[in-house]
Unconditional design. Structure first.
Lengths: 397, 467
């Protein structure tokens, strides 16, 4: 089995992102046009200059027509992509491979989700006809299983661990409060979160990602042509993806303290990028904080913390804006909400801003010689998930 | 000889104290409790729970027919007995029929099975209610019974059928049209007089049919909806009346009443005693049995009466759809697919998983391919999990998910013989669940959409005795 990767073969030359919020006055078409227009205009391109498109959406449209019709594209190949909550990242991954193959010189990946037209709270999956035997509990409840398992395995008091994950929410909301694109822009303390009513296990509503509409777009070109468009491209160092086989749901050995799909995707990405110790070279990371326990586990699965020590690193502030390895500097899913198709590209947008030194002063990461950013995006549940990891860098080599 | 080979009763876990009703309305007096089917139970699932005890107690037992009786069938036109048949994993050459609607159908099916020459698995269940504050609501009860009826000698039969009688008379006593939820009834004095005039004739005919004298009988059970009639009958029949705690502790479970009282009487009788069952439902049905064989009670009624949890009147009204509450702002479930359900029937109805032929790893739901490399490709073998006991590995309480009885308690369950599944725990209070709790599978109705009932399995705390 080989995972050769496409290190330094493809570069990102532009990314755009709409505000993520309850866009009562905008359709999915509007959001797509806003994101793609912003992304094209910043490098003075038109939609006709793009050779091929990938549009990621979980439930806001089907087929490439989701993009080609509103954008009035003429004779372009457009592919609709869906891969659970990693849909946006998957669209980018496909666009990168298309450019790396030499098939196209410019490709755009755009992710969109119009969630708030359903009239219901939360994310609700499109109903596939079934025998009615599938598990029905919510994602929040599935992820809430992590806390008692982690506490037991590492001998941590459950109340203390509950505070640890509330600190993750506090950190992400602190960052999000400094981001004008974020849906929730209010700081909240871990103590306030701990005092809220539980909705699933010990998780409160502020341990969960919000729900929002939004879109984001990215243009990729062959690395050698990147400087034709921008002085500060980002080079794709690694793209990995793992779809699990569901073993965690049936195997009694699975203990809900790790997400094997995420760990495997990280190992693959580090190998593609030639990274031995991620903590030495990664300047910042955007990870899939759909629920606060998710981010805790990811710190260990991504190799940012040793096993059983992620909770201590959270408390030490290692992942805060000024820490050694800032995580979710834009506020994460916690502050942005989660328009499923768009979130993955939104994460890359934050890497784009931070690695290029363009993030606002009040949430800029410390200036170091580290020049890599990591994006982690997952979909599914503990025991049964898909996981994406990308690594981006400012330099070739 | 012909008679009852095995019997089993099922009482749902919940009880409504009758004083809850009188206190709510601020008038009346009441005592005792009625049994209450949980929000995820119906007459099919309760019937299955009674029948599974009989089937699982003897792996070689294969009835020739399954007859299901209730006054509250989940489906009309469609055969409800087929769901129970499938859940029991009976052979498809075993016939399955419904005898539904009238309360008399319960005792009628029993007598018909006794008079037939087949080995018949009788399943009878009812969910009883009425308008709030009505006697039907207070005095009704929810329960299921199952009997295996067939041929055998004194050792093989727990009770031998000696004979009986029927008196059929058309008159208007109680009635309910198909679309109606509650029963109406004529003045009970008229009903009492009508029955009273028939009792002597029916009793003499039953004794004659069984070749017995009245003094040969040890006890008689009276079943029926009209309490006045039950009080009149002992004035005509000089046999000691069997005084059961079932009416006080369970209530009257309609079409399953006669069966429940009969099982209770047999459980408390000695070998050689003769029991008469007298049912007043649109006429009189009399059946006389002799207790002939010892049978350790399968999940006895006494144990189940003690194994209970109280439910509030407001919850009871919600479960009965007498009180409509604000649903969560989530999409209601979609109807299940008929073709997918047929393909997955062994899993959906029978809780039959698959197991790796080399690794032994159990896959729930069953899958064609194993997650273990050593297993033969497409070589999984079937593994029934319906009688497995498991342990809660971890759990969570979900306040968000759609449910008729939020919050939902979900557990990751590891079964003793292997196999893990994340699954809902039912018949449990959320603060009662603990890691390490012992649980067993139970067949329930998850939801109904477009009129299709979605039956599948949950687990419940292991409380049953003698199973």
């Amino acid at each position: 089995m080989a995972s050769n990767g496409i290190k330094d073969k493809v570069a990102i030359i532009s990314i755009g992102c709409t505000p993520f919020k309850e866009h009562w006055d905008k359709s999915a078409d509007d959001l797509l046009i806003d994101a793609t227009t912003q992304t094209l205009e910043s490098v003075e391109l038109t939609s006709d200059d793009i050779d091929a498109y990938w549009v990621g959406t979980a439930q806001s449209g089907m087929s490439g027509l989701t993009l080609s019709v509103p954008m009035k594209l003429q004779g372009k190949p457009v592919t609709r992509v869906e891969n659970y909550c990693a849909t946006g990242s998957e669209a980018l991954r496909q666009a990168c491979y298309a450019v790396a193959s030499g098939a196209y010189d410019t490709a755009m990946a755009v992710g969109v989700e119009k969630v708030k037209d359903s009239g219901y709270q939360g994310l609700n999956a499109f109903p596939i006809p079934t025998a009615g035997t599938n598990r029905t509990l919510t994602a929040a409840a599935m992820y809430s299983l992590v806390l008692p398992a982690y506490a037991k395995k590492y001998g941590i008091d459950e109340d203390e661990l509950r505070m640890v994950v509330a600190k993750i929410a506090e950190k992400n909301h602190y960052n999000g409060a400094r981001n004008e694109l974020a849906q929730f822009r209010r700081e909240i303390s871990a103590e306030e979160i701990c005092n809220m009513a539980a909705i699933a296990g010990r998780l409160s509503v502020f341990d969960c990602a919000g729900v929002a509409d939004g879109a984001a777009a990215v243009i990729v070109v062959p690395a050698e042509k990147a400087y034709d468009y921008t002085d500060k491209p980002l080079f794709v160092k690694a793209l990995s993806f793992v779809a699990g086989n569901g073993s965690g749901l049936i195997d009694p050995d699975y203990d809900y303290t790790t997400f094997p799909e995420c760990e495997a995707a990280a190992v693959d990405a580090y190998q593609q990028a030639g990274i031995d110790n991620p903590q030495d070279c990664i300047a910042m990371a955007e990870v899939h904080d759909c629920f606060t326990p998710t981010e805790l586990i990811l710190m260990e699965d991504l190799g940012f913390s040793r096993r059983g020590e992620g909770w201590e690193d959270v408390l030490s502030g290692k992942f805060s804006l000024t820490g050694d390895l800032p995580v979710n500097t834009d506020g994460g899913l916690k502050s942005f909400g989660h328009p499923v198709g768009a979130s993955g590209i939104r994460m890359h947008y934050e890497c784009w801003l931070q690695l290029r030194g363009e993030a606002p002063e009040n949430r800029k990461i410390p200036d170091t010689d580290k020049n890599l950013g990591l994006v982690h995006n997952l979909g599914g549940y503990p025991g049964e998930m898909v996981s994406f990891v990308s690594i981006l860098g400012t330099e070739v080599g | 000889m012909r008679g009852i080979i095995k019997s089993s009763a099922y009482l749902p876990y919940y009880r409504l104290n009758r004083t809850e009703i009188t206190e709510f309305f601020g008038n009346g007096r009441a005592s005792g409790a009625r049994s209450v089917a949980a929000h995820d139970e119906d007459t099919v699932t309760m019937g299955f729970e009674a029948a599974r005890v009989i089937v699982s107690s003897d792996s070689k037992m294969e009835p020739e027919a399954l007859w299901f009786t209730t006054s509250e069938p989940p489906y009309l036109e469609k055969t409800n007995a087929n769901v129970i048949h499938s859940a029991l994993q009976l052979s498809n050459t075993t016939s399955a029929y419904d005898f539904n609607g009238a309360l008399k159908s319960g005792v009628g099916a029993l007598k018909t099975a006794l008079n037939s020459n087949q080995t018949v698995l009788l399943v009878q269940a009812d969910i009883r209610g009425g308008l709030p504050s009505s006697a039907d609501e207070s005095q009704g009860g929810d329960a299921a019974v199952a009997f295996l009826i067939g041929d055998g000698n004194d050792e093989q039969l727990i009770a031998t059928y000696l004979g009986g009688s029927s008196v059929t008379l058309e008159f208007i006593d109680r009635w309910r049209n198909p679309a109606e939820k509650v029963v109406k009834q004529w003045e009970s004095r008229f009903v009492e007089d009508t029955y009273s005039s028939l009792i002597k004739e029916a009793w003499n005919e039953a004794l004659n049919n069984a070749s017995l004298n009245e003094s040969d009988l040890n006890v008689i059970i009276y079943a029926g909806q009209n309490e006045r009639v039950k009080r009149q009958a002992p004035k005509v029949i000089s046999v000691e009346q069997y005084h059961d705690t079932v009416p006080m502790d369970v209530g009257n479970p309609g079409a399953a009443e006669a069966g429940l009282l009969l099982i209770s009487a047999i459980e408390n009788a000695n070998v050689g005693e003769k029991i008469a069952l007298c049912s007043f439902n649109d006429g009189i049905e009399l059946l006389i049995f002799e207790v002939t064989g010892h049978q350790k009670a399968l999940n006895s009624i006494k144990d189940q009466i003690e194994n209970r949890s109280e439910v509030s009147y407001s919850k009871f009204l919600q479960w009965r759809e007498m009180l409509t509450v604000q649903p969560p702002n989530r999409p209601s479930p979609s109807r299940i697919s008929a073709s997918a359900s047929k393909r997955e029937s062994d899993w959906k109805h029978g809780f039959v998983a698959s197991r790796g032929d080399q690794s032994g790893l159990i896959h729930m739901p069953p899958s064609r391919l194993s997650i273990k490399e050593e297993d033969t490709s497409d070589g999984m073998v079937t593994e029934s999990m319906a009688s497995s006991i498991g342990t809660v590995a971890t759990f969570t309480v979900d306040h968000l998910v759609y449910s008729k009885n939020p919050p939902v308690v979900f557990a990751v369950v590891d079964f003793d013989g292997g196999g893990r599944i994340p699954i809902e725990i039912t018949d449990v209070a959320k603060n009662e669940v603990k890691i390490g709790m012992r649980v067993e599978p139970t067949f329930r109705k998850l939801f109904t959409a477009d009129g299709i009932h979605n039956y599948f399995w949950k687990v419940r705390p292991l409380r049953s005795v003698g199973v």
